[in-house]
Design a protein around this ligand. Structure first.
Ligand SMILES: [Zn+2]
Length: 318
């Protein structure tokens, strides 16, 4: 998602940009984080929808969705935001819904916007896929650098907390947390190598992380696109009424189907161009991107996504 910042961090211009941004930190102090949109799905499930878009000075890095599952004696929280401050902000919102404590935190993947708020819940057991834990250990601090750069603000209390309990690649595990039955679904690498989805059969609900996003361009930066498309097909075999996506508004199965179709069409278009010997920049001109254009961050992400799909097709053709 944040490819341009990755590039900035890797060269001197980025370093200068970072220095220029630092004096602004004091101007940002005291500004309030945007409030989540609280959606009650049923008596025990709430979605906290964050603002849509890349991290910025305005949103201070708050741009992710979280899910709140209220059990008998405690709360299971899925995804915690991009900073300790955002985690605390979510904690406050949850306290307005229930007086039960957050006992479990689940991370859907290792990207900073989903994990860096974990430290706001020191008493909770953190759960993710095994691959996600490894990536948090390896890249967690890089994400704090990315956040600092995109928000122009220091985040001194933020540090990565990797999961304590993990689940292996390509597994399905039925668990009951706080008396709520759920399935931890770790697919083959899709949006990232370590995604985990949470399926609640009784609630006909899927919490998807960024495998599903609405009104926002998905990021292919760490993705395996063809297996992501397979995962989107498998989701449609389940009995689901509501999806809490990683970003954007709540989704129905019709929205899942539409995203699957867009992704499959894009991949097929890039593959057809590759087979004709075209470069990715030429292929872009042959694609119908009208549906993608309606989404947030199209300009910043579409070229990267086409390039990533192209590189994947090239790699797998050898
Ligand atoms: Zn995300």
């Amino acid at each position: 998602m944040f490819n341009s910042v990755y590039r900035l961090l890797k060269n001197q211009t980025g370093f200068l940009t970072l220095l220029l941004l630092l004096p602004m930190a004091s101007l940002q102090a005291g500004e309030e984080l945007p409030e989540p949109e609280v959606k009650k799905i049923n008596e025990r499930v709430y979605a906290l929808l964050g603002p849509i878009g890349f991290p910025s000075k305005e949103n201070q890095g708050y741009m992710v969705n979280s899910a709140v599952l209220i059990g008998d004696d405690g709360v299971v929280l899925v995804d915690t935001g991009f900073s300790d401050e955002i985690g605390q902000h979510l904690k406050k919102t949850i306290a307005g819904i229930t007086d039960k404590p957050v006992t479990h935190v689940i991370n859907t993947h290792h990207h900073g916007d989903h994990i860096l708020g974990n430290s706001a819940f020191p008493d909770a057991e953190v759960i993710s896929s095994k691959q996600c834990r490894e990536l948090v250990e390896k890249e967690g601090y890089n994400w704090i650098g990315i956040l600092k750069n995109m928000t122009g603000k220091e985040h001194p209390d933020t540090r990565p907390i990797p999961a304590k309990t993990v689940y292996p690649q390509e597994s399905h595990t039925n668990v009951t947390l706080q008396e709520i039955p759920m399935e931890f679904w770790v697919p083959a690498g899709s949006h990232t190598p370590g995604d985990m989805m949470i399926y609640l059969p009784q609630d006909k609900l899927l919490i998807s992380g960024d495998i599903l996003v609405q009104k926002m361009i998905p990021s292919f930066v760490d993705a395996h696109v063809s297996s992501w498309i397979d995962t989107l097909a498998k989701i449609q075999e389940r009995n689901i009424e509501t999806v809490v996506p990683g970003h954007g508004s709540l989704m129905t199965m019709a929205d899942v189907k539409a995203m699957h179709q867009r992704m499959a069409d894009l991949y097929a278009g890039v593959e057809a161009g590759y087979n004709q010997g075209m470069m990715d920049s030429e292929i872009r001109k042959t694609l119908d991107l009208s549906e993608w254009k309606k989404m947030k961050e199209f300009e910043g992400q579409m070229g990267v996504n086409i390039n990533r799909a192209y590189l994947e097709i090239e790699r797998e053709s050898f």
